[in-house]
Each structure stands twice: as structure tokens, then as C-alpha cells.
Design a protein around this ligand. Structure first.
Ligand code: 2M8
Length: 433
């Protein structure tokens, strides 16, 4: 354990508790998001977990990313789930039988996977691993092995997911955002026309999100699978296509991280800088709403912005070149009564004043450690120490008070969802380091 000597007694205890969660959730090759409920490997979870493991068990941090990229498809797609083939068929719904990666020519043979993506934070994680590596030479060797896989991941997103030629990446399923039942998806999901009895009704493993949402999620997967996850189908026919500010901000951050990795290993950083600039320009031109001072997701099928404001509006703080007036706007909004100003434990997932806000509703209101970490990380890059300190303090208060829960009530910090949640533990290690 690489625990820093400068931690106080209380911080050391928190560190050790977080490390124990990661140890318990380690399967031997990767980390499950939580014991029981999520028994496979999830993509953006692994990026967050790797950053925590880098502070605790560096060998595992590298194995975590290697295990995820063993699920990468030949076109570069990094699936949002890599299934553990040793588990019983009903360990998690929907399992590999819904996705049928085994019938896709480009999917790996050795593991079964989903066929959609997650926010691509892995280059950011890989760079962070390097920044805290005890052995720079060994770390460079790891980055050299990972670099082509990370570059292919970005190429897939830039080619197959730029559905309107704007430079922005579109998600084709709410799960791709990581914010599964965000109120931002209510309209595009509501506009779907589900044929009666054309698919098996979803068996719900738990109470959230609602069964109706699940039917729509499953229907979208069915459409994707039947179309072979083909880019032409995604572009021309798939009924759910949304450009989300948080997802695109992670693409900008990943492109910058890839450029830095390229420099470290002696590869060409220029294409990555160009890619970052392209997504940056498109974010500002297409998703920034100057009138109301926030970023909004854009529904490509309806051809209009999505009105509800969620914490995805703060995602572009991850873009180091975000113009200062926009940064100021976002800080004002973040500190206002719509977000941190009225929440004892910020940052709630949805505008508190929006009708869709639900303080205990999964991604419809609660506070999450991973999104707090992203906004904290972005704030630091812009020198926003007041915001960064606020998030640092409130995130640690949450886990001290309620443990490493999946998500938290934004007003009183009550823990909700799973216990011993991996990214909550991993990112606390990163914060404390
Ligand atoms: C949740 O998503 C999965 C579907 O991918 C689920 O609801 O079963 C989300 O919180 C997602 O962001 C997260 O990566 C995943 C595993 O932690 O769980």
C-alpha cells in the first residue's frame, strides 16, 4: 500500500477502508463495480478504479486496463461491459445473451462483451497512472503498449459516432452516457415507438430505474444488435442519437491526454491535439446555450436541444481550453441554488429546481463520487480552487458519514444504492494522494 506519510490519522483510516473495498472487489484480473449487483467489468468504472489502484496496487491498475482492452473490438469500440464468463447466466441482467457479441465479426473471441461504449476516460486514467508511477521506465513501456488501443478507441468515436459531421460524438443508448436514467434522456426515450410484444419484457433486477425505462433500454439494444452495431445504421436509422456535453468533454480530455502520452512515448501528438480542437469547437458551437449560460445535450433525431439542465453541463470544465467567460458562467451556475448552493452535499445530478429532480432517484438527483471527481479535476485545471476545495471537502464528508456507497442524498448525505462501491473507494484514494 502506497499510503502517503502526510495523512492524518483520520485520513489514514479512510485510506485503509478504501483500499479494503478495492481489494475485496478485485476478481484476479479486474475490479467489479460492487459486490453482488454489478458482477462484471464496466468501462468507465475501470478508468476510475485504475486511478485509485495506481495509488494502492499499481500492478493491478495496469491489469485493470489491460483486462478492459482485451474486450476491444477490431474497429476500436471499447465496450461498456466486459462479461465475466465464469458467472451464472442470470448473475446480471442484461447479460451477454442480449448483446450477442459472439455473432459480431469484429468482437473478440476470448471474451463476451456489450456492443456500446462508455465515456472514454481511459487515456486520462493512463496518464494519471504514469504521473504517479514509481518506475518511469516501466510506466513508459506500459503506455507504449496501451497507446495504439487508446488511439483506436478515439478513432472509433471520431468515425463511427460523429453522426452529423459536426465533430461531436453521439451516444446511441442512455447507458453510453454512464448517467443511465438522467432526466436528459426522458424526451428522446419517450419519443421511441416500441412495437408491442416484439421483444421479451425486461426482468428487473432491482427497483431503479423503472421497468418502463428498462423496456426502452432493452428495445434499443435489440435494434443495435439486429443491425450488427453498424455505423451506417447508427448514422441513418437508429432512433436514439444524442450529443451530450459530458461525454464530449471526456473526448476532449482524452484527446489531450493522448497527445501527452504520445509525447512521452515518442509518437506524434499532433493528430490528438487536432482532434481535441475539433471537439472543443463543436462543443462551443453546438452545445453551449449562451442565452441561459449552460451546456445542453442535443437530440439529433428531434433536431433540438434538450431543455433540462443536468450536471453534464459542468463536464466541459474538463476541457482545458474552455473560454474564461464560459468557465465563470458555469461556476456561477454550480454555486447557485440550482446545484451546490442548495445542496449540503454537492453536486446533485440534476438541477434542483427542475421538475424532474428526484433526490433519491439514481441519476436524477443524487450526488455521485465519480461525477464530483470529474468536476473537481476540471476545476483544478482552470485554477478554480474554491470550487475544487468545496468538492474535495464535500466528497470526503460523504464517504466519512455514509461509507463508500454508490450514490448519496444531496441534501443530507444519506448513502443509497450499493455498499462498497469501487469507484467511490478508488477516487477517494486519488483525492487523498
Ligand atoms: C450503472 O449502469 C448499468 C448499465 O450499464 C446498470 O444500471 O446496470 C451506471 O451507474 C453506470 O454509470 C455504471 O458504469 C454501471 C456500473 O457501475 O452501473
Amino acid at each position: 500500500m502506497l499510503m502517503s506519510a502526510r495523512l492524518t490519522g483520520d485520513e489514514s483510516a479512510l485510506w485503509q477502508a478504501a483500499a479494503r473495498v478495492l481489494d475485496a472487489n478485485w476478481t484476479g484480473t479486474a475490479t467489479v463495480p460492487s459486490p453482488g449487483l454489478y458482477p462484471h467489468q464496466w468501462s468507465w468504472d475501470s478508468a476510475f478504479v485504475a486511478m485509485g489502484l495506481a495509488r494502492h496496487r499499481r500492478d493491478r491498475a495496469e491489469r485493470e486496463l489491460a483486462s478492459l482492452f482485451a474486450g476491444q473490438w477490431s474497429d476500436g469500440l471499447v465496450p461498456h461491459i466486459v462479461f465475466n464468463g465464469d458467472l451464472a447466466r442470470h448473475a446480471y441482467f442484461p447479460g451477454p445473451e442480449l448483446w450477442h457479441s459472439d455473432r459480431q465479426a469484429g468482437a473478440p473471441n476470448a471474451v463476451r462483451t456489450s456492443g456500446i461504449v462508455h465515456p472514454p476516460l481511459h487515456a486520462v486514467a493512463a496518464l494519471r497512472l504514469h504521473e504517479c508511477a514509481p518506475d518511469a521506465e516501466a510506466s513508459r513501456a506500459f503506455l507504449t503498449r496501451l497507446y495504439p488501443l487508446l488511439a483506436a478507441q478515439q478513432r472509433y468515436l471520431a468515425c463511427a459516432r460523429d453522426l452529423d459531421g459536426s465533430g461531436l460524438v453521439a451516444i446511441c443508448h442512455p447507458w453510453e452516457s454512464g448517467l443511465d436514467n438522467s432526466p436528459a434522456w426522458d424526451r428522446p426515450l419517450g419519443a421511441l415507438e416500441l412495437p408491442p410484444r416484439a421483444y421479451a419484457p425486461a426482468r428487473l433486477p432491482r427497483a431503479l430505474p423503472t421497468g418502463e425505462d428498462y423496456d426502452r433500454y432493452v428495445w434499443l439494444v435489440t435494434l443495435l444488435r439486429e443491425a450488427g452495431y453498424a455505423p451506417g445504421y447508427l448514422r441513418d436509422e437508429h432512433p436514439f442519437a444524442v450529443q451530450d456535453p459530458l461525454v464530449n468533454a471526456t473526448c476532449v480530455a482524452a484527446a489531450h491526454a493522448l497527445a501527452e502520452i504520445a509525447e512521452i512515448i515518442g509518437a506524434d501528438p499532433v493528430p490528438h491535439r487536432e482532434r481535441a480542437a475539433r471537439v472543443h469547437d463543436a462543443l462551443l458551437a453546438r452545445l453551449w446555450d449562451g442565452e441561459t449560460g449552460c451546456f445542453r445535450a442535443r437530440d439529433l433525431r428531434a433536431g433540438r436541444p434538450i431543455p433540462v439542465v443536468t450536471l453534464a453541463t459542468f463536464g466541459p470544465l474538463l476541457d482545458p481550453e474552455l473560454p474564461v467567460p464560459i468557465v465563470r458562467n458555469l461556476v456561477d451556475l454550480l454555486l447557485s441554488a440550482r446545484f451546490a448552493g442548495a445542496a449540503g452535499y454537492p453536486v446533485p445530478t440534476c438541477d434542483i429546481q427542475a421538475p424532474a429532480f428526484d433526490r433519491s432517484g439514481y441519476w436524477r438527483g443524487p450526488t455521485w463520487v465519480n461525477t464530483n471527481w470529474l468536476i473537481w479535476h476540471g476545476s483544478l485545471a482552470h485554477g478554480l480552487t474554491v470550487v475544487a476545495d468545496l468538492l474535495y471537502g464535500s466528497t470526503l464528508r460523504l464517504v466519512r458519514q455514509s461509507g463508500f456507497r454508490e450514490y448519496f442524498d444531496p441534501f443530507d448525505g444519506t448513502g443509497r444504492g450499493s455498499h462498497d462501491y469501487s469507484w467511490s473507494a478508488a477516487l477517494v484514494l486519488d483525492l487523498l494522494a
